[in-house]
Design a protein around this ligand. Structure first.
Ligand SMILES: [Zn+2]
Ligand SMILES: [Zn+2]
Length: 67
């Protein structure tokens, strides 16, 4: 079993800023009142899609290709 490494995306925090609202938890569209972000449910955070919320990944799962 390879040693797990800290997730390169969330750095072990298991969550990342919502890409839809940039962590604000709200979406703003010109002319429309701020609404709760549907992507993150208003929390502004997303479960990390790289480690799946574990905070660690196997080295092969980082997406960094070794040639
Ligand atoms: Zn969001
Ligand atoms: Zn992660």
């Amino acid at each position: 079993m390879p040693n797990k490494i800290l997730c390169p995306k969330c750095h072990g925090q298991r969550t990342i800023s919502c890409i839809a609202c940039h962590g604000a938890g709200k979406t703003s569209i010109v002319g429309i009142t701020l609404a709760k972000c549907e992507e993150c449910g208003g929390s502004g955070r997303h479960l990390c899609d790289i480690c799946g919320g574990v905070g660690e990944v196997e080295p092969a799962d980082t997406g960094v290709m070794k040639t």
